[in-house]
Structures are given as C-alpha cells and as structure tokens.
Design a protein. Structure first.
Length: 88
C-alpha cells in the first residue's frame, strides 16, 4: 500500500490530506512538511488513512497537543491517541 500526502490551502489554514498506511518513514516526511508551515494553522485530514503504527500515533498525539487539528480521525486512531496521551 502506498502513502500519499496532498497539500491544499484555504483562507485560514493549510490542509494536508493523508491517505494509506502511516509509519515512521511517513512521519519523518510529514514532520518536515509541518516545519515549513509553522506560521499558519495546520489541519491533518486522516479520512483516507488505513493503518497507523506506534510512531504515527505518537506523532499525531504530539502534533495535536501542539495545535494541529486532526480532521476525520478514524475512531481507532483517536482511541490510540487518547491512550498515548495517558501513557506519557
């Protein structure tokens, strides 16, 4: 399965639409992209994400805590993020 990141903009934010399986390598790529967008509101749309690994969950939890909005987050990912936050 491939992983894809599409970038879109609107008046108020940058939206990264993620699809496929998200693992540590993809987290590194996404982290670099987010560094370039530090001065604007960032949204990660997770509707088409099919699988995440532990590194991805940790990244998503930290990104959300830092102000990134997670849109269309699958229920199982939301549950794992909640567990990740409680474990820290």
């Amino acid at each position: 399965m491939t992983y894809r990141i599409d970038r879109a903009t609107n008046d108020a934010s940058i939206v990264f639409v993620l699809s496929g399986e998200m693992d540590a390598d993809h987290v590194s790529t996404l982290r670099a992209l987010l560094r370039n967008e530090a001065s604007v509101r960032v949204v990660l749309d997770l509707e088409a994400v099919t699988l995440v690994d532990r590194d991805a969950v940790t990244f998503l939890a930290r990104a959300e805590a830092a102000g990134v909005t997670l849109r269309n987050c699958p229920t199982y990912v939301r549950t794992w993020i909640s567990l990740q936050i409680h474990d820290e």
